[in-house]
Design a protein around this ligand. Structure first.
Ligand code: AMP
Ligand code: GLY
Length: 419
């Protein structure tokens, strides 16, 4: 079987390594992949947003199965375009990907179907938004409607900060057309949990829960990043809470999308906050999370490609989906300076027999060089979270490149919650 994976980060590397375990796979192509992924797949220099070129490549190379991993191509309709050429694909179509592509859509969906989420107002007019902020409860959260590279959410501690956020999103259009509409919502508190799920629009099977670490520095200080590390499972997500989420959030969301004529097939990601008033949805993503995937898939004991094939055939209920009862920890190693300015081009040395997922690297004359802010993620699994964390930091010591930076406390909060 010839498989194609669209995307080129650590998440895609984790997906590719897992798909590779299936014996029927003869070749895996990554579009565009990266210098580290090249060890596990044939990288093809086609960008993840170049839908026409992706489809043309799939047709020319008789791809049997495609996986579209990042948000951009999903929201742009990559799955629809591949399906139109008869190529079996894992991922939601454009109509369903809107659950991530538009925060106004997702908030209105939750309100209509009584799915717990923060109270909110939608604005398309800047003056109306500024006027509302005169009396809105503070802190408040301002969100650009569309995709904004994960940066479209501003938590404002003061009325002035909230107004500045509205002006920069709606007035200066710092996120482009993503900011033509905004959501201003209630500030919620509580531990955050990421739950990725498999769904074919009929059956939904949650994967093991996880915890992201979004801030750049230890103790959750510093700027927001794409994610500096993850652990799974998330200790705050008890069996009781999982049951409640299944009943009040997961199943209602799948049913709501069906009722809207936007049946969701693929990986539906629930970003949850466990508030004093129960679990609430902070965001939906229409795809695997990054770096959540780097801890969730190593704990998957069954065959990922087989599950994906079942989803595209709408027979997920017959699939074998099993997770290990152990724990996983992923420590992201970044270029010093990230998410601000940083230098690249430094040679990476790392053990080849470990679960290392490369996010930002390029090959140069056979040498692997740093090529991005987040360079790679080191994942280890173990029977307990404590051991997984210790093993991951031990392996981190075996990786080196100039200007390497990682947080030293990935999993520390989870460990405290466990005890
Ligand atoms: P998002 O891009 O929607 O995941 O938002 C980024 C981060 O902002 C989330 O992971 C939360 O930590 C925080 N956040 C978003 N919405 C809220 C909210 N309503 N209340 C508190 N924190 C929020
Ligand atoms: N780690 C958060 C995300 O993938 O959006």
């Amino acid at each position: 079987m010839k498989v194609m994976v669209v995307g080129g980060g650590g998440r895609e590397h984790a997906i590719i390594k897992k798909i590779k375990e299936n014996k029927s796979v003869s070749e895996i192509f990554a579009l565009p992949g990266n210098g580290g992924i090249a060890a596990d797949a044939t990288c093809v220099n086609i960008g993840a947003k170049d839908i026409d070129a992706i489809v043309a490549f799939a047709v020319e190379n008789s791809i049997d199965f495609a996986v579209v991993a990042p948000d951009d191509p999903l929201v742009l309709g990559c799955v629809d375009a591949l399906n139109a050429k008869g190529i079996k694909t894992f991922g939601p179509n454009k109509a369903a990907a809107i659950i991530e592509g538009s925060k106004v859509f997702s908030k209105n969906l939750m309100k209509k179907y009584n799915i717990p989420t923060a109270q909110y107002e939608v604005f398309t007019d800047m003056d109306a938004a500024l006027n509302y902020l005169e009396t809105a409860p503070i802190p408040t959260v301002v969100k650009a409607d569309g995709l904004a590279l994960g940066k479209g959410v501003i938590i404002a501690e003061t009325r002035e900060d909230a107004k500045d956020a509205v002006k920069s999103i709606m007035g200066d259009k710092v996120f482009g057309e993503s900011g033509s509409s905004i959501v201003i919502e209630e500030f919620l508190t509580g531990p955050e949990v990421s739950v990725l799920s498999f769904t074919d629009g009929e059956t939904l099977i949650p994967m093991v829960s996880s915890m992201d670490h979004k801030r750049a520095l230890d103790n959750d200080m510093g700027l927001n990043t794409g994610g500096m590390g993850t652990v799974a499972p998330n200790p705050y997500y008890t069996e009781e809470i999982a049951k409640e989420c299944m009943e009040t959030i997961f199943i209602p969301t799948v049913e709501a999308m069906n009722k809207e004529g936007r049946s969701f097939s693929g990986c539906l990601y629930f970003g949850l906050m466990l508030t004093p008033n129960g679990p609430k949805v902070i965001e939906y993503n229409c795809r695997f999370g990054d770096p959540e995937t780097q801890v969730v898939l190593p704990l998957l004991e069954s065959d990922l490609l087989d599950i994906m094939l079942h989803i595209s055939d709408k027979t997920l209920k017959d699939a074998d989906v099993r997770f290990s009862s152990g724990s996983a920890c992923c420590v992201v190693m970044a270029s010093k300076g990230y998410p601000g300015k940083y230098e690249t081009g430094f040679e990476i040395t790392m053990p080849l027999d470990k679960n290392i997922y490369v996010a930002g690297a390029k090959l140069d004359n056979g040498k692997l060089l740093t090529g991005g802010g987040r360079v790679l993620g080191v994942t280890e699994t173990a029977p307990t979270l404590k051991e997984a964390i210790e093993k991951a930091y031990k392996t981190v010591k075996e990786v080196s490149f100039e200007n390497a930076y990682c947080r030293s406390d990935i999993g520390a909060r989870a460990l405290k919650a466990n005890n």
